[in-house]
Design a protein around this ligand. Sequence first.
Ligand SMILES: [Fe+2]
Length: 174
Amino acid sequence: MPKKTASPKTLGATGGAPRINIGISDKDRAAIAQGLSRLLADTYTLYLTTHNFHWNVTGPMFNTLHAMFMEQYTELWNAVDPIAERIRALGHHAPGSYAAFGKLASLADAPEDPPSALEMVRILVEGHEGVARTAREMFPAAEKASDEPTADLLTQRLTVHEQTAWMLRSLLEE
Ligand SMILES: [Fe+2]
């Protein structure tokens, strides 16, 4: 039986690896990877802000917030990896520099001077809601392309960000 050879059409321009062919068009893969890059930048920015607040929080709520922020930045730190690796699985490069994140993020950097403890909580509520909006905005692109792994990842991230926003918001309510 003759060996099956790959058709030249499936080979990449550089020879070695075959062209990615997972049933999602190049245009859709690029659009989803761009959305995931924004989500990665927002998640990384919120991670850094939360870690900053863990270091710099002061006041009577120190113990509670110091520990709570640690739990939250650890979760965010663990979240950036699957987002970046989904971008790679879609055939694109994952951004990973402060310059790239600065261009892509919808969230502002942490303030230079540490705010009060309650102001920190307020900033984090807005941060988690901002990341949730970024994840939700790109949902239609993933659904349109039947990109279930991305839709699943977005669902998981939305659940975490909306729940964390609620918990932080509760600290500010009477
Ligand atoms: Fe620590």
